[in-house]
Write a protein that binds this ligand. Structure first.
Ligand code: AHR
Length: 651
């Protein structure tokens, strides 16, 4: 047997020194958050539990998503000023002919056997008297004897528009049902008008009627995000200013929230979704309530008067600086909507919508991924005005769309000059970039603005989808965020959600179809960081240097925190190499009477770097917890290849 010298053993063991007596920066409660955008059918067709597409007949092709038959007429003098279209159903001319319509939902309508679904509709009998419709959930491809598996009749009375509802209880689970409405000609002497035709599960997240899909919202809540950034990235800007996200259109009664286009329907021609629009049913009120319910600080982003610069080089596409005031006013009104008392104009609306208490907004982002001199010029106007009127609000500026380069180099000094509180950085970069940049924030100016790593994800070279290796590299990189928690105050993976049939952009954190949710390997990394973020950074070094995957560090990345609440030292280590690594944890600064032992480990590993969780196999890559009892002043462990592990130590 070969003899192994002490020197070789030393070289093989990676000796981590952790200074327990020298806590560094406090870790912000906002440190790990989420970035929400209505991309990949994240809102309509996703988190927003509405099952009917184009419920107000306001898509540019008004009957998109609908099939009509018999005597159906589209009209435009309905009860909701900003959504004037509706349908009139009348006798098809013979008792055997049918009138009615069908809605296809978003990639079908997913329903569960025995669950309750609230069908609601605004309706009237324009000539007065009584009318009737039959509402069904059907399988239009059924090979069985009948198509319908949930049916209800609904009587409409009088010439006034009123809201009606019935509950449908499917007899079967179906991922792709169709909503069918028959005009009941026998019981209707005259036509019936229908507007805002809606179908929601009764059992939504926290039971809100205009609510969210429970399973998707739960996956979000399980991340324990510290911040919730909304309503997105590019959709904040719009392809042009007319189609920017206008928060004021997203509040008030849902029936009267006007439709907006969704730029993601056409941004990528190879993933083209002509029926992707924003109903605004999930609007700013709902985002604030959700933030509160999941315990995250709300971080709304408003338009700075620049349309998407990727799509518009022409200065005339943007608001001239001296005409910016209405945009600043929108930001003021938003702050009032969130924080004003119920006797202010916008605070009253919030109270009327069901939330008399302020939401306690602390942060506001101005602009998404802007660049060039046109951005600071406009941001200045916002900053001056907001600082004067609302000095307590922290303002988030942007460093553009990339991790570096000309735009980035221009904007960071500008952000310092303008004294924004945080700078929103975006980077979708390949593996090597992440592996080489765990030191990114070590050299940032400590006196400047803080960092919001507001959108990041490993976009593998030739592997632009979720896979374990990307998640492992994200975990490795994030040790660098954690080590720099004095300057990095917020971080969010992006994008958050994707429908398996309706995505435009991947990878994404959480995937779903019409019935189920699956969380990616990257999700588990984000969740573990968030839950075990600790309260204070502890210095961790190997050979006197931070463990950042540098040469000679054997593909290791590590960071350590003290968690005052748990009374634990938590050490995160990513072994990005293909070899197992021996680690020793040497705790300095313990009192003589103190010993330390590792009590458990949570790890994420796959033998297959391409493995990921899918709807068919949702647990291919999940964290595994192991109880450990290794004690001593120095604790030795073995870490497997390609593994992210979190070690929990107790004194
Ligand atoms: O996350 C998808 C897009 O990426 C965002 O909308 C935008 O901010 C970034 O370019």
């Amino acid at each position: 047997m070969a003899l192994v010298s002490v020197a070789t053993l030393r070289a093989q063991t990676n000796q981590f020194v952790i200074e327990t007596g020298k806590p560094g920066a406090a870790i912000q409660s906002t440190m790990y958050g989420v970035f929400f955008e209505d991309i990949n059918y994240a809102a309509d067709g996703g988190l927003y539990a509405e099952l009917v597409k184009n419920r107000s007949f306001e898509f540019p092709q008004n009957l998109m998503g609908w099939k009509t038959f018999g005597g159906v007429e589209l009209r435009n003098d309905g009860p909701f000023e900003r959504n004037p279209h509706y349908v009139r159903l009348s006798n098809a001319g013979h008792s055997h002919k049918h009138t009615g319509l069908e809605n296809e939902g978003f990639f079908g309508i997913g329903v569960e056997e025995g669950a309750e679904y609230r069908f609601s509709v605004w309706a009237r009998v324009p000539d007065g008297g009584t009318g009737a419709i039959r509402v069904e959930l059907v399988d239009i491809h059924s090979m069985g004897e009948r198509q319908a598996f949930a049916t209800q009749n609904l009587i409409v009375e009088g010439a006034e528009w009123k809201k009606y509802q019935v509950i449908l209880k499917p007899e079967v689970t179906h991922p792709k049902a169709t909503l069918r409405i028959f005009f009941n000609a026998r019981e209707s002497r005259s036509p019936v008008d229908l507007e805002h035709i809606s179908l929601f599960p009764v059992d939504t997240w926290r039971g809100h009627e205009n609510g969210m899909r429970k399973d998707i919202a739960q996956a979000l809540a399980d991340l324990h995000p510290g911040v919730f950034r909304f309503p997105g990235g590019c959709i904040v800007e719009g392809t042009d200013l007319e189609t920017r996200y206008n928060w004021k259109n997203s509040v008030g009664p849902v029936e009267n929230r006007p439709l907006n286009e969704n730029r993601w329907h056409y941004t990528f021609a190879h993933r083209f979704f002509p029926d992707y629009f924003q109903s605004y049913g999930l609007g700013f009120y709902e985002y604030f309530v959700l933030s509160e319910e999941i315990g995250a600080e709300p971080v709304p982003i408003v338009s700075c008067g620049l349309a998407c610069q990727f799509q518009n080089n022409d200065p005339s596409a943007h608001v001239p600086v001296d005409e910016l005031w209405p945009y600043v006013q929108d930001a003021f009104d938003l702050i009032e909507f969130a924080n004003g008392s119920a006797d202010t104009e916008w605070g009253r609306l919030r109270a009327e919508m069901g939330h008399p208490d302020p939401f306690g907004l602390k942060y506001l982002g101005v602009g998404n991924e802007q660049w060039g001199p046109e951005y600071p010029e406009r941001l200045t106007v916002f900053i001056d005005a907001i600082r004067k009127a609302y000095p307590e609000i922290k303002i988030i500026g942007s460093s553009g769309p990339y991790n570096g380069g000309e735009w980035f180099e221009h904007l960071w000094p500008e952000m310092k000059r303008l004294k924004v509180d945080l700078v929103d950085e975006h980077y979708y970069s390949p593996e090597n970039w992440f592996l080489n940049n765990a030191t990114r924030y070590d050299s940032y100016d400590r006196k400047g603005p803080k960092v919001f790593a507001g959108e990041f994800a490993v976009h593998g070279r030739g592997k632009k989808w979720n896979h374990f290796n990307a998640a492992l590299i994200e975990a490795a990189y994030m040790t660098g965020l954690e080590r720099n928690a004095d300057i990095v105050h917020m971080a969010a993976y992006a994008p958050l959600f994707a429908h398996v049939e309706g995505w435009q952009w991947r990878p994404d954190l959480i995937w779903f179809d019409n019935l189920d949710v699956v969380t990616s390997a990257s999700y588990h990394v984000q969740r573990l960081y968030s839950i075990y973020k600790g309260t204070d950074v502890l210095p961790l070094t190997m050979g006197g240097a931070p463990v950042t995957g540098a040469d000679g560090q054997n593909g290791l990345y590590a960071s350590a925190v003290w968690d005052a609440g748990r009374g634990e030292i938590i050490v995160k280590v990513a072994n990005t190499s293909a070899e197992p690594r021996s680690l020793s944890f040497d705790f300095k600064g313990l009192r003589r009477s103190e010993t330390i032992s590792v009590v458990r480990r949570i790890s994420l590993h796959s033998d297959d770097p391409d493995a990921d969780n899918t709807l068919e196999n949702p647990t291919a890559v999940v964290p595994v917890e192991t109880a450990l009892t290794v004690g001593g002043p120095v604790v030795n462990v073995e870490l497997e290849p390609a593994t992210f592990a979190i070690y929990f130590f107790k004194k």
